[in-house]
Design a protein. Structure first.
Length: 119
């Protein structure tokens, strides 16, 4: 396991990002609980994505309806290839899931829906 935050990305207090090094595939799940929904709503998906900039690049943001209170999907790139990232806001929780390699947004969205349904 590798601490992805130590690879040069922006730091988010209280957040830890870990992933396997040298692997051809990865699933990264990050969730952070905030004191209330308005505090969580103030978090920018770009801020969380920046914390992974040393390991993953994210671009091409698009809003996704029907998952949580709001959700945004990104294209993710890494040395292992392309993938998908999704950020979901539900009440006072922010959830991020990255799947690499993957180009199937429907599968990543289904994973996010399942995760949010278990909050």
């Amino acid at each position: 396991m590798t601490n992805l935050s130590s690879s040069g990305g922006a730091q988010i207090p209280g957040a830890c990002f870990y992933g396997s090094s040298g692997s051809q595939s990865a699933v990264i799940v990050f969730a952070q609980v905030y004191p209330d929904a308005s505090t969580a709503d103030a978090v920018s998906p770009d801020q969380i994505a920046a914390a992974l900039s040393g390991q993953y690049g994210v671009s091409n943001a698009k809003a996704v309806k029907g998952i949580g209170d709001k959700a945004f999907e990104y294209t993710a790139t890494s040395s292992a290839g392309g993938g998908m990232a999704i950020f979901v806001f539900k009440a006072n929780v922010v959830l991020m899931i990255i799947v690499s390699p993957s180009t199937d947004s429907a599968k990543v969205e289904a994973l996010a829906r399942t995760a949010v349904s278990r909050f």
